[in-house]
Design a binder for this molecule. Structure first.
Ligand SMILES: Cc1ncc(C[n+]2csc(CCOP(=O)(O)OP(=O)(O)O)c2C)c(N)n1
Ligand SMILES: CC(=O)[C@@H](O)[C@H](O)COP(=O)(O)O
Ligand SMILES: [Mg+2]
Length: 629
């Protein structure tokens, strides 16, 4: 069947299992082909083709609600709901979103991107259904990785308590991005090999049949023995003890097995969890055999060879992070690295190769990672928590309550700070300055390039005066030379990289090249602008700020961060508190809305965070008479 003809999932209703398997093959071929050009989350989606087909065959979306946890595995759902024709624009500017998007389709009832939210969302929808007296089915689909997220466990606890009708699909492929970790993962492993319980149960039943019955006594004893056997052999009892009916393990690529169990669940009262065992990357050998997590989410690749198309260029910030951390760790055995399930993306997988005993992947557990780091620091270790800006949002109270308030020496390596591009709204790292700079005791730094980054990281690890964060962007550096020796940078001291008498641009991180380019544009108009690398966001360089105000130069602050409460706000607050009201401060940054997916240059262009935009803004601050015609 032509995938592009799939407009409404109702077409699945009358298909036989054979026809369904043909549709599955067509969808797999489509995904492998399309994503070889656009990139995307190929592995997760190849793993849920049969599952998504059966779900849409047996349930009636959009009346019945599918909540895809994380949502990176919703491409099959998007194909079945009429969006196959948009896959050439996947994760591109104004194109198809890589995650469920309510504005895209009535079949997308719940938006995700951050992990472990589906069960809570589903519980809310279940309560709403029961309070309204409607009868739709609520079906969260959560992966084994997402299940390690704390809020998923909070939700399981409540769902089990409420005993309302809901079918949870646990998509267990033994992988998070990298191989999954944790005791839950091990427990699921025991469940995956549960058929030994079924064998033992059959043997027991055979035995009972051979012994002449002593009435119900033997039968009821046998039942108790069977139950305790189940308890002993099948840790699926974990879910049963929480109040769920556990079904599984179910082969997630066997249409018949899937249909039988999901049909049974549809008819069963109360909370059900169906443990579906799938293979990430199923149907495409390079992805199927991926033990590291390369095929979880990736750029374009060559279908025949499975070769990922590599863009040449300077080292990535994550790569510099890993190398620098290894250098520091060789002479500082206090250093311990922590990641919440992002070993590959953060670069800590490379650190772990040299220091396996000093790197901890705690699963998708940002709250735990943050407070565990506090515990490490409380005992004199030097924890470096590598965490994406957007995911640290999940550990905010732990940042406040456990790290900053106790003034513990935790280093936050805040990766993916700034716009991240293709992952869009849920992943843009544009709020961390706002949610960190108001916290007493925190120090917040941002490097202008990868060379300053290595020094900044070294400075942060040697900082013994409380928590310190270094925020840095996704992707490559500027290709600047790297110093051989690491050195400490002065915290609270900015760097003037260009002099100018007419105005000053305060920028940091990725906005430094933009500021310098703007200064060049302005120089062509006879406007001399000082460019300052405001690399210490907290504390500010108050000496420099008062020096600028004495010069009377207007200021433009430039940040790839939310304007609300960002760096520019900090500068305004400083001048206000210092009683300096005469100075002109203009701010440029991320406007007060969520920035969708697209390439970072396109997104910056769209919001005017460009050299020409900055130059235009500064020009308006300069009296006409000072400007060359
Ligand atoms: C709060 C949060 N932390 C980390 C991530 C990054 N992340 C995206 S998918 C993923 C792994 C999900 O594993 P699983 O739920 O098993 O889904 P699978 O990819 O195996 O289908 C992670 C860690 C995220 N999206 N949200
Ligand atoms: C879906 C998800 O949250 C991750 O897969 C994320 O897309 C990884 O981002 P990076 O590609 O920046 O590591
Ligand atoms: Mg998984």
């Amino acid at each position: 069947m032509n995938v592009l003809d799939m407009k409404d999932p109702a077409f699945l209703k009358q298909l036989s299992e054979k026809e369904l398997s043909e549709v599955a093959a067509d969808i797999r071929a489509f995904l492998i082909d399309k994503l070889s050009v656009t990139g995307g989350h190929l592995g997760p989606n190849l793993g849920v083709v049969e599952l998504t087909l059966v779900l849409h065959q047996l349930y009636d979306s959009p009346k019945d609600k599918f909540l895809f946890d994380v949502g990176h595995q919703a491409y099959v759902h998007k194909i079945l709901t009429g969006r196959a024709g948009q896959f050439d624009t996947l994760r591109q500017h104004k194109g198809l979103c890589g995650f469920p998007k309510r504005s895209e389709s009535i079949h997308d009832c719940w938006e995700t991107g951050h992990s472990s939210t589906s069960l809570s969302g589903a519980m809310g929808m279940t309560l709403a259904r029961d309070l309204k007296g409607t009868d739709e089915h609520i079906i969260p689909i959560i992966g084994d990785g997402a299940l390690t997220g704390g809020m998923a466990l909070e939700a399981l606890n409540h769902i089990g308590h409420e005993q309302r009708d809901m079918t949870v699909i646990l998509n267990d492929n033994e992988m998070s991005i990298a191989p999954n970790v944790g005791a839950l993962h091990n427990m699921l492993g025991r469940m995956r090999t549960a058929n030994k319980y079924n064998k033992a149960k059959e043997d027991l039943e055979l035995l009972i049949k051979k012994v002449p019955a002593f009435g119900g006594r033997l039968a009821s004893t046998a039942e108790r023995v069977k139950d305790s056997l189940k308890y002993l052999l099948v840790s699926g009892m974990f879910f049963e003890e929480l109040g769920f009916t556990y079904l599984g393990p179910v082969d997630g690529h066997d249409l018949h097995d899937l249909k039988a169990n999901i049909s049974y669940a549809k008819k069963t009262k109360g909370p059900i969890i169906i443990h579906v065992v799938t293979k990430k990357g199923k149907g495409y050998a390079p992805a199927e055999n991926d033990a590291k997590g390369t095929w979880h989410g990736l750029g374009p690749y060559k279908i025949e060879s499975g070769e990922v198309v590599k863009k040449p260029g300077p080292p990535s910030y994550s790569g510099v992070f890993a190398e620098t951390l290894k250098t520091i760790a060789r002479s500082d055995d206090r250093l311990v690295a922590v990641t919440p399930a992002m070993p590959n993306g953060s670069g800590l997988d490379k650190f772990a190769k040299e220091f396996p005993e000093r790197m901890f992947d705690v699963g998708i557990a940002e709250q735990h990672a943050t407070t565990m780091s506090a515990g490490l620091a409380a005992q004199g270790m030097k924890p470096v928590l590598a965490i994406y800006s957007t995911f640290l949002q999940r550990g905010y109270d732990q940042l406040v309550h456990d790290v900053c308030r106790q003034n513990l020496n935790v280093v936050f390596a805040i990766d993916r700070a700034g716009l991240v591009g293709a992952d869009g709204e849920t992943h843009q790292g544009v709020f961390d300055i706002s949610y960190m700079r108001h916290l007493p005791n925190i120090t917040l730094l941002a490097p202008k390039d990868e060379n300053e980054f290595q020094h900044m990281l070294y400075t942060a690890v040697n900082h013994e005066d409380g928590p310190i964060a270094v925020r840095y962007p996704r992707g490559s550096g500027l290709g600047v030379p790297m110093d051989e020796e690491l050195k400490e940078l002065p915290i609270g001291k900015w760097e003037s990289v260009r002099t100018g008498k007419d105005a000053a641009i305060l920028a940091f991180g990725t906005m430094m090249p933009v500021a310098e380019a703007a200064a060049e544009l302005l120089a062509a108009k006879g406007i001399e602008v000082e460019v300052i690398n405001a690399r210490s966001i907290k504390p500010l360089d108050e000496e420099k700020l008062s020096e600028i105000s004495e010069s009377g130069k207007p200021i433009l602050t430039l940040e790839e961060h939310a304007l609300q409460g960002g760096f520019g706000s900090a500068v305004l607050e400083y001048y206000h508190s210092a009683g300096i009201h005469s100075i002109v401060v203009e701010r440029m940054g991320i406007p007060d809305w969520y920035i969708e997916h697209g390439s970072v240059p396109e997104l910056l262009e769209e919001i005017g965070l460009t050299a020409s935009g900055a130059a235009e803004k500064v020009q308006k601050l300069i009296p006409r008479k000072k400007q060359r015609a």
